[in-house]
Design a protein. Sequence first.
Length: 381
Amino acid sequence: MEERPPGLVMRREISERRVLLGSVPSRTSNTLLLRGGERKAIPFTGFELMFLGTSAGSPSVRRNPTAVCLRMERSNWMFDCAEGSLRQLMKSTIRVPSTDKFFITHLHGDHLYGLPGILCTLDNHNAAYVDSRTRRRVPRPISVYGPLGLFSYLNTAFATSSSRLTNITVTVHELVSPKMLEEASGFEKFMSQAPVHPCLRREMIFAESDGNNLIWKVFEDGDHRVIASTVKHSVTCFGYVVEEHDIPGKLKPEKLIAKGLKPGPAFRQLKHGKPLTLPSGEIIFPSDVLVHEATLSHEMVRQAVHRGHSTARMAGFTARRMNATLLALTHFSHRFRHWTAGHRLGTTQHLALEAQITFGRRAVIPASDFLRIPIPRRPQE
């Protein structure tokens, strides 16, 4: 079992938002179903997840392959970018030109093949881009993060397709370690000597140790930071954690005391948004949402492990260890149909029920394409 979950983790301070997240709709993408059958549009909180693809391997009639968008007030971040992701973006409520960061978990096609096309479209949308500080016309900076080999992939795609990208500059940040560079394939070493496309820049982010695991400090600005760590798969693969900068919140001491903690340094540690291990062995993380693959059911655990994938029960176990508020399942095998009321066996709802067993909570959503998960705003104190 991985020490860090594959996929995407959203962390915010512990607050009443945990209650609000428990009410996220599991079937509709843009509306809430209220009592009496009335529907109400889901308000944009300024910070939300939208699933653009939830299928494993290849598209189906109902599901596109993997892509998740973190939508914010001024920009959008994409996590994985499968074939068809551009069309999914255009069908959604997301503004394509506002997308400026891409985080790729691994270099399998069902997580990657849509990236060159979206970057070319962003070039078309940014002919009139002006730097907000200098007020001068410059190419818009776009950042792409992912494993070693991502730069060579984009460089090859743009060069062989004669793509002329003059309105954007794409910096590819590859997450590496000395061991990864040493074990790089012969093809990657050969491609690293190829001429570089004019729109591309290459940077490497080296791993650091947090005392237990290697982590990559991927990105940080005034509001958020992104860190990554490797997860088990058939190729080099990363899980990403998106955190808001810590703002001390309010604790409920009586609940912590009931779990065996004594007032003191442990309280301060948790208050400042740091993980804490309880006497029982439970780990408390201030995590709001965990996005985790659930490719197969528990009955297929051997097949899942052999292929480097997770079952729904594995996803629930990881969510429990992280003390997540909400678990969103994605990357479903075609064996599992999109669920409808009254038909649970062989559906994604069946996978959600499996995850609830090991999670120990009911807050599990089998994601569908265009599902929105609003993350409530941080309370102002």
